[in-house]
Design a protein around this ligand. Structure first.
Ligand code: ARG
Length: 470
C-alpha cells in the first residue's frame, strides 16, 4: 500500500501521494491550524453531511454510502463534542481530522466524501457557517442589551440629567432619551450585522480548489440543505473571498467602539465628582493597598478591549492586502482574529446588559446639581425667537443674561425681573416659566428631541419592537 500511496496515507495526510519524504517536524508545527480551528468542527461536519447527501443524490456515491457517510460524520461529531477526538498536529486542521476519522471508520466509502471538493471551498463553507452562527449569537446579545437599556429608560422615566457636548454641560435631557441613544446605536449595529449576513449567505462549496468541478455536483441542493440563499457565482472568487470576515469584524469593531464610549461615560459618572450612579459592588473590584477603593474595572476592560477588536479588524485587512487569486495559505491566519473579535464583543455585550440592568441613577445627586451650568439657556434663546427676535440677536441677549448671572453668582431663574427687562424689554412677565431644567426639557417638541411627549413615543415604539409578544 505504501508503494502506491506514497507518504500520504501512512501518516494520515490527504495529499501525500506525490511526496517521497515525510514532512519536516518544524513544518508540521509551523503549518498546523488544529490548535485553533477545532472550533469549526460542528460546521465542518454539517458541510460534509450536506456534501454526502448531495453525492448520493447525484449518484457519485450509492444511497447506502451516502447514509453511511452521514451517520459516521454524526458519530465523529459526537466524539468531538465529548472531547474524545485526539488532535494530532500532523493532521493539520479540523477538516483533515474529520476526514481521516471517517476513512478509519468506513474505508473506501470514507475516501469518497471529498469528491469534487477541495479544502479551499470546504474551509470557506465551514467559516461561513461558523460566522453565520456567531453573527446570530452576537445579534441576540445586542438585542439583550437593547432590552436592558429600554427597561432602564422606562424605570428612569421623568428623570432629567444634564446633557453634555465637549463634556461641558449643554442642555438638559431626559434619562430615558439618554438610554435610547444607545438603543439606536445598537440598532444600527444590529442592522449592519443583518446586511453582512445577507451578503455572506451564498454557498462556497462546489467551487473546488479554484476552478469548479467536472463532476455533476448539485450546488443548489447543498445550498438549500445548509440554509444558504444562493450560490457564490465564481469559483476563483470563492477560494480567496474573506470579505465576509472583514465585514463581520468591522461590524464588531464598531459595536466595540460603541461599548467603549459608553463604558468611558459610566466610568466618569461613577466618580465621586460626578456621582450620577453607583455601580453595584458585584461589578466592581477593590485595591490591594487602598482599603476604601471601589474601582470600575469591568468598564475599563470593556473600554480597553475595544483595542483588541479594532486590532482584529486591522489584522484581517493587512492579511488580505496584496494577496493574488485564489487560495493562499495566508488565509489560514484569518480565524484567530475572527474568533477573538466574536469572543470579546460577546462577553462585553453580556456584561454590559447585566450591568445596565443592575445600575440605578443617583437621582438625588443628579437633581441637586441640575440647575448648575445654564442648561436652560438655549431654551430661553428659542423663547426669544418665538417672540419674534432674530436668532443671532437672541443668542447675544441670552449671552448677556448669563454674564449677569455669573456676576451675581445666580441662575437664570434667580435673576430679578429688572435684569431680564433691561436686556429684553417686556421679557420678565413670562420668562420665569421658561427657565429651569424642567421647563427647558418640557419645551422640546421636534421629532427625535428629548421632549417628554417625543420620548414617550420612542419608549413605546421600542417596547413594541424589543418585546413584541408582551
Ligand atoms: N487549514 C487550512 C485553512 O484554514 C485549510 C485549507 C488548506 N488548503 C490548502 N490548499 N492547503 O486555510
Amino acid at each position: 500500500m505504501s508503494e502506491k500511496t506514497g507518504q500520504g496515507e501512512q501518516s494520515g495526510k490527504t495529499w501525500g501521494g506525490r511526496f517521497a519524504e515525510a514532512t519536516n517536524a518544524l513544518v508540521v508545527k509551523y503549518t498546523e491550524s488544529i490548535s485553533f480551528d477545532s472550533r469549526l468542527a460542528k460546521h465542518d461536519i454539517a458541510g460534509s453531511q450536506a456534501q454526502a447527501r448531495m453525492l448520493g443524490k447525484v449518484g457519485l456515491v450509492s444511497p447506502e454510502e451516502a447514509k453511511a457517510l452521514e451517520e459516521a460524520l454524526q458519530a465523529i461529531g459526537q466524539e468531538i463534542d465529548q472531547g474524545k477526538m485526539v488532535w494530532r498536529e500532523e493532521l493539520e486542521d479540523i477538516h483533515t481530522h474529520i476526514e481521516q476519522a471517517l476513512i478509519a471508520r468506513l474505508g473506501d466509502t470514507g475516501r469518497k466524501l471529498h469528491t469534487g471538493r477541495s479544502r479551499n471551498d470546504q474551509v470557506a463553507t465551514a467559516m461561513k457557517l461558523w460566522t453565520r452562527n456567531a453573527l446570530d449569537g452576537v445579534a441576540a446579545k445586542i438585542r439583550e442589551l437593547q432590552r436592558a437599556l429600554l427597561e432602564s429608560a422606562e424605570r428612569e422615566e421623568g428623570v432629567i440629567i444634564p446633557g453634555y457636548t465637549h463634556l461641558q454641560r449643554a442642555q438638559p435631557v431626559l434619562a430615558a432619551h439618554y438610554y435610547l441613544a444607545y438603543v439606536e446605536k445598537l440598532e444600527r449595529d444590529h442592522g449592519r450585522l443583518m446586511d453582512c449576513r445577507a451578503r455572506l449567505n451564498k454557498l462556497p462549496l462546489g467551487s473546488g480548489a479554484l476552478a469548479g468541478s467536472s463532476l455533476p455536483l448539485d450546488r443548489e441542493f447543498v445550498a438549500r440543505e445548509l440554509g444558504f440563499d444562493g450560490l457564490a457565482a465564481n469559483s476563483l472568487d470563492v477560494s480567496s473571498d474573506r470579505d465576509f470576515l472583514v465585514e463581520f469584524v468591522s461590524c464588531l469593531a464598531l459595536t466595540a467602539v460603541h461599548l467603549g464610549g459608553w463604558a468611558e461615560e459610566w466610568v466618569i459618572w461613577s466618580t465621586t465628582e460626578f456621582g450620577f450612579l453607583k455601580l453595584p459592588d458585584s461589578f466592581c473590584t477593590g485595591s490591594s493597598l487602598m482599603p476604601q477603593k471601589k474601582n470600575p474595572d469591568v468598564l475599563e476592560l470593556m473600554r480597553g478591549r475595544t483595542a483588541r477588536v479594532v486590532a482584529d479588524l486591522q489584522r484581517l485587512l493587512v492579511l488580505l492586502k496584496g494577496l493574488p487569486l485564489a487560495y493562499n495559505r495566508d488565509l489560514q491566519e484569518d480565524k484567530e482574529a475572527v474568533f477573538d473579535a466574536v469572543d470579546t464583543v460577546s462577553r462585553s455585550l453580556e456584561v454590559a446588559a447585566a450591568l445596565v440592568s443592575r445600575t440605578r441613577l443617583n437621582r438625588e445627586r443628579i437633581g441637586a446639581g441640575l440647575e448648575e451650568g445654564f442648561l436652560d439657556a438655549t431654551t430661553l434663546l428659542e423663547h426669544l425667537v418665538r417672540r419674534g427676535m432674530p436668532m443671532r440677536t437672541a443668542h447675544e441677549c441670552v449671552g448677556k443674561l448669563v454674564r449677569l448671572c455669573e456676576e451675581r453668582g445666580c441662575k437664570l431663574s434667580e435673576l430679578p425681573a429688572e435684569s431680564f427687562d433691561g436686556v429684553v424689554p417686556g421679557l420678565a412677565p413670562d420668562v420665569y416659566g421658561q427657565v429651569g431644567a424642567a421647563s427647558a426639557v418640557g419645551a422640546f417638541v421636534t421629532v427625535g428631541s428629548t421632549g417628554p411627549a417625543r420620548v414617550r413615543e420612542q419608549v413605546a415604539a421600542w417596547r413594541g419592537r424589543l418585546f413584541p409578544s408582551a
